[in-house]
Write a protein that binds this ligand. Structure first.
Ligand SMILES: Nc1ncnc2c1ncn2[C@@H]1O[C@H](COP(=O)(O)OP(=O)(O)OP(=O)(O)O)[C@@H](O)[C@H]1O
Length: 255
């Protein structure tokens, strides 16, 4: 399934938050969204996921979700959102319940996603026994379990330390390289954007408009060894954001 954002604008109260967003999200690509604080990145993700309806414009879905998708648009949040009293397997099982799957099918899906996220040995652990990185792996496993057509990721690595972030980025690249998925990935972090994004959408200050779309034509798996080329892309992104980020920062201080 691929998505088109067709002229999306949105307000909260009298405040315009997003204006005239036109964007294509191709199947099998990771589209990163960056921009200054408060420019409407998370709002855009909620509109894409259908959690809110845009005041103007529409999110168009093309091609339909795969027949076995239990939740075509699936979120991964910064704070993991795990139930503390359920084990790793129990947290994943939760999203498979109420879909009419038998226990054997559920167990097979759980075992598969645990293996893909290197969590098989932690099946019976509780969230409090896991590091932040492991908790986010569980959240990724849970998202994969419902076979989403599009993954919607809102700052998924920003609660993690930089080493764990590196490891999780490698994991995401490994998962994508084995089975390419479609994702919209909101981040403040330009390193993440240039490591994970096939295209990077730069939003302006609020009301967020598309300022530029930077395409990075380098296979994800090759990126760790190509620091110089990536740093060029990162500099280009920063030059697009820098002045507006400073202005947005002042706006928050003055508020
Ligand atoms: N439900 C809401 N009701 C009212 N205002 C909201 C709501 N959600 C977000 N806002 C406001 O809309 C603007 C955009 O918020 P949003 O969280 O989408 O921006 P963002 O780019 O993701 O921000 P950040 O980079 O700080 O995470 C902000 O001014 C925010 O305070």
């Amino acid at each position: 399934m691929h998505l088109t954002l067709d002229g999306i604008s949105h307000h909260y109260g009298g405040m315009p938050v997003l204006s005239g967003i036109e964007l294509s999200i191709p199947a099998g690509e990771i589209v990163c969204i960056v921009g200054p604080s408060g420019c409407g990145k998370s709002t855009l993700l909620r509109l894409i996921g259908g959690l809110e309806r845009p005041d103007e414009g529409a999110v168009l879905e093309h091609g339909g979700a795969p027949a076995d998708s239990l939740n075509p648009l699936t979120y991964i949040f910064q704070d993991f959102a795990l139930l503390p009293w359920r084990t790793v397997a129990g947290n994943i099982s939760l999203v498979l319940e109420d879909h009419g799957l038998g226990k054997t099918d559920r167990d097979a899906i759980i075992d598969d996603v645990l293996a893909r996220t290197k969590l098989s040995d932690f099946k019976t652990a509780l969230p409090r026994q896991l590091s932040g990185g492991m908790k986010q792996r569980v959240a990724i496993a849970r998202a994969l379990a419902v076979r989403p057509a599009v993954l919607l990721m809102d700052e998924p690595l920003s609660a993690l330390d930089s080493q764990t972030r590196e490891l999780l980025m490698d994991d995401l690249v490994g998962l994508w390289s084995k089975t390419p998925f479609t994702a919209v990935y909101v981040t403040h972090n330009l390193e993440e954007a240039v490591r994970l994004g096939h295209r990077i959408v730069v939003l302006s200050r609020r009301p967020g408009k598309i300022r530029d779309v930077v395409e990075i034509d380098m296979p994800l798996a090759e990126r760790p060894g190509r620091a110089a080329a990536l740093s060029e892309a990162r500099e280009r992104l920063w030059s697009l954001i820098r002045d507006e980020a400073a202005a947005a920062d002042m706006e928050l201080v003055d508020a």
